[in-house]
Design a protein around this ligand. Structure first.
Ligand code: ADP
Ligand code: ZN
Ligand code: ZN
Length: 817
């Protein structure tokens, strides 16, 4: 009998792949174990076993696997079920899901990596010239990729050399690469056992009497050991004794101290004492009871609680209950809301049981969290994470909390899987037969609609904690202000007045400037020309602090020209205004106060965002100017005034969700004002103060917003009334995209008729030299989603079989946001 495995490869190919294995391997292998396999002529991939069986493939001879990479499955059966759902629902391959789920250290990249075989000694004379060059190169670098060999030898076909080197046993091609992940080791020291008796110890101290510093180290070691039974870290010894690490090294070299390493987790909790969770107020208690009650006949409950109503404290109670049952909890947050503020808050309650999974963490840190979750370790009972943490290997998941569930960043835009973490979480919970809480002050129309339809439970919490009033929101008509010359730059007299008042009372201010469409562009006053990106159909954005023009789509940048490219005029003007302009103006208006800015530019790097938040918390900043980043669940005690610089651009954005989004954004950013004791103040500057969304924001009337928006979605056939699948075609040739899109849309119309929109070029029709064209398929509630997808896949396959269209990239986006 022969033995085979089916595996997932981390590539976007539809079919699964079969490899041959031995009987012994068949006995060992299980779904969820990684193997390395050859692919094509030179490639090696990390593949994940999904099935062990005895059926040889029909059309090709199965190759042998190279090697087994795990002792035990690193992916669970539950995960595989979840992945299959994701790939079906979001119309992508299992390989793409696997790539999104596994930390990159788990996946071997496609290029073969070559390393020196240290077990054999090589006689230089046995090697040909080209072989020797590689051999020598491997003395300087532990591993080389095929790519590297090509450039070292300066030729394309390097396979013969590799083959010869392999035959001579000089190199090996795969083993080393799996050791990408190395646990972080901490150095510890102890006194050598040679000095365990009192006598030898006395001798030692006598010996060291002339080496005072070394003696201090030994004494320090005693004093630390007297206080704690725990192992002594080199770093602690060094700070306790004041000795440098070189002195400690001398002692180690002399054999007086012994050095050893212990593996520690990278993501560490600093060990503050556990705090009891807070007593809920009566509104919170009621909401908590209602959630628990709704769980009796609902799997999903929406908690609609105004900003600062204390939703987090309610989650804490729900988590406590799960931990008592020994169940894991997943707490999902939008990436940017995943701040130290919240991590610390939860660690105060749950200590070491909290694990954090964040995209800014290194791959190594993620492997550690992965393993802890997989092993159901006490260190991974509450998993706090952004979007991709929904793909972790949970063992015993009791509850999922999706906080700020309305956030559009929960949807992955690119690459596939284009999944929505909220919906994917709901599916995960259902696989575990556990519950999901969705929380928001401004729920998405989707979720609120589902709750109204009775699909989800609904719990409302309308009181702010501590009975702080909702902020007082004032609309400022800047058309009128301009007319009456009451504007200084982008600041109305009302805003300046309130800012002065706030600063006088030593309170802080947040100024919000929408990111979209406000990028300042440069325009020639003489001929009207504005510099364009050479790769994309957009104007370049002016970045004052670097004196640069940049493209926000492809990253192209160039220095700000001194004169117009088109006519040579030197009168170049920057139009529009971004956070940078607001910051500049604020500095001029309030020269005695500290103004800072928080946007993509100022928050790069792992701790960029945290630094600004901490500075605001520490009141080092008086006025913070920022984009959407400011809106995310932050809790600042001293912020009393929020200014929204211009509401109109948000409202006028060409997207069917623009009004819903504007409501959410403005309500969330307003919620940062006056979270304790005193009532906060919000000023919204607008050209159109009678806009219904602004009226709804200022009266905090979510329900009215919901009803009106839902009516529009009915009329114009948009979600949540209709579902949508967006199909994007992409190619560098304009005509080809046009022809292809017409063909595609025509085929879709034969099936879906009037529910096909487009093809249409998006507002930015060329990005990175690729033309884009969209087609939208709208799906009425009665129409089967899976049948719809089947029909699309069929059309897609015939499309890709047309010779002229094969090169066009087609992107399918289900429930596109
Ligand atoms: P939300 O998540 O609804 O915006 P939070 O949970 O952040 O609200 O609560 C707002 C503030 O009120 C926080 O500073 C929080 O510590 C405090 N708070 C909420 N509930 C309680 C409680 N029951 N006891 C004491 N403080 C509370
Ligand atoms: Zn010009
Ligand atoms: Zn560009």
């Amino acid at each position: 009998m022969s033995y085979f495995i089916n595996v997932i490869l981390p590539i976007p190919l539809e079919k699964s792949f079969t490899y041959a294995i031995t009987k012994a391997e068949a006995e060992f292998l299980k779904p969820g174990i990684r193997v390395s396999v050859p692919f094509g002529k030179t490639k090696i991939y990390t593949a994940l076993v999904i099935e062990v069986h005895n059926n040889p493939p029909q059309v090709y001879d199965a190759k042998d696997i190279h090697q087994i990479l795990d002792e035990k499955p690193i992916v669970t059966q539950t995960q595989l079920r979840h992945w299959i759902w994701i790939s079906k629902y979001y119309m992508c391959t299992l390989g793409e899901v696997m790539r999104a789920a596994l930390p990159s250290a788990f996946i071997l990249e496609s290029e073969t990596i070559i390393s020196k075989n240290d077990e054999v000694t090589i006689n230089d004379e046995d090697l040909r010239d080209d072989e020797f060059i590689i051999y020598e190169a491997l003395h300087h670098q532990s591993s080389l990729k095929i790519q590297d060999l090509m450039s070292i030898l300066d030729k394309k076909n390097v396979l013969p050399v590799i083959k010869r080197l392999l035959e001579k046993n000089v190199i090996s091609v795969q083993e080393e690469i799996y050791e990408k992940y190395k646990p972080k080791l901490v150095r510890y020291v102890k006194l050598s056992t040679a000095f365990s008796s009192e006598k030898t110890l006395q001798n030692l101290l006598d010996d060291l009497s002339r080496a005072a510093k070394q003696r201090d180290v030994v004494m320090a070691l005693f004093s630390i050991s007297a206080q704690t039974k725990k192992p002594v870290k080199v770093s602690d010894l060094s700070s306790e004794s004041g000795a440098s690490s070189s002195i400690i090294k001398v002692l180690i070299d002399k054999g007086i101290l012994e050095e050893y390493h212990i593996q520690t987790d990278r993501v560490q909790y600093d060990g503050a004492d556990n705090e009891d969770s807070k007593h809920l107020n009566k509104f919170q208690i009621k909401a908590l009871d209602e959630i628990i009650e709704s769980f009796e006949n609902q799997n999903i409950t929406l908690l609609h609680g105004v900003t600062s109503s204390g939703k987090t404290e309610i989650y804490v109670k729900l988590i406590e209950a799960q931990l008592k049952e020994k169940k894991q909890v997943l707490y999902l947050l939008p990436e940017i809301a995943l701040t130290t503020q919240l991590v610390e808050r939860l660690q105060n309650y749950f200590g070491e049981q909290v694990a954090v999974f964040h995209s800014k963490y290194s791959s190594h840190e993620r492997v550690e969290v992965w393993n802890n979750v997989l092993q159901n370790s006490p260190k991974a009972q509450v998993i706090l994470g952004a979007r991709s943490s929904v793909l972790l290997p949970f063992q015993n998941l009791g509850l999922i909390i999706v906080d700020e569930e309305h956030e559009s960043s929960y949807k992955q835009f690119d690459p596939a899987p284009r999944y929505h973490a909220r919906d994917t979480a709901i599916m995960l919970a259902s696989i575990f037969r556990s519950k999901t809480v969705l929380g928001s002050a401004t729920p998405s129309l989707e979720s609120y609609y589902n709750a109204k339809q009775g699909k989800y439970g609904l719990v409302e919490l309308n009181h702010r904690y501590n009975n702080v009033l909702m902020p007082d929101i004032e609309l400022v008509d800047i058309k009128d202000k301009h007319k009456r010359k009451r504007m200084q730059g982008h600041f109305s007299d009302r805003l300046i007045e309130e800012m002065n008042e706030t600063l006088k009372n030593n309170n802080q201010i947040i100024l919000f400037q929408n990111r979209r469409g406000f990028s300042p562009i440069v325009e020639c006053n003489t001929c009207g020309h504005s510099p364009q990106c050479p790769n994309c159909d957009v104007s370049l954005t002016f970045h004052q602090y670097k004196n640069q023009l940049r493209c926000h789509y492809c990253g192209y940048n160039t220095v700000m020209p001194k004169a117009c490219d088109a006519c040579g005029s030197v009168e170049l003007d920057s139009k529009g205004f971004g956070t940078e302009q607001v910051e500049q103006e604020a500095k001029l208006l309030f020269p005695d106060h500290h103004v800072a800015r928080m946007d993509l530019d100022t928050t790069r790097g792992k701790y960029g965002y945290e630094k600004i938040i901490t500075a605001l918390e520490q009141q080092e900043i008086d006025i913070l100017v920022g984009t959407q980043m400011l809106t995310k669940g932050l809790d600042f005690r001293n912020v009393k005034l929020v200014g929204i610089m211009n509401a109109d651009n948000m409202l006028n954005f060409p997207d069917f969700r623009a009004h819903e989004r504007s409501y959410q954004l403005m309500t969330q950013v307003s919620g940062r004002a006056g979270r304790t004791e005193e009532r906060g103040k919000v000023l919204i500057q607008t050209y159109n103060p009678y806009h219904k969304i602004l009226q709804q924001v200022s009266t905090n009337n979510y329900l009215q917003m919901f009803d009106e928006q839902l009516d529009e979605r009915h009329i114009y056939k948009y979600p949540p009334i209709f579902r949508m699948i967006k199909i994007t075609l992409k190619h560098k040739d304009y005509n080809r995209v046009n022809l292809g899109a017409d063909w595609y849309a025509r085929s879709l119309r034969t099936v879906f008729d009037k529910h096909v929109l487009g093809p249409e070029f998006p507002p930015v029709a060329r990005i990175r030299n690729q033309y884009l064209k969209h087609i939208l398929v709208k799906i009425p509630q009665k129409q089967s989603l899976s049948k719809t997808k089947e029909a699309i896949i069929k059309i897609n396959n015939s499309f890709l079989s047309v010779k002229d269209f094969r090169a066009i990239r087609v992107i399918l986006n289900v429930d596109n946001y």
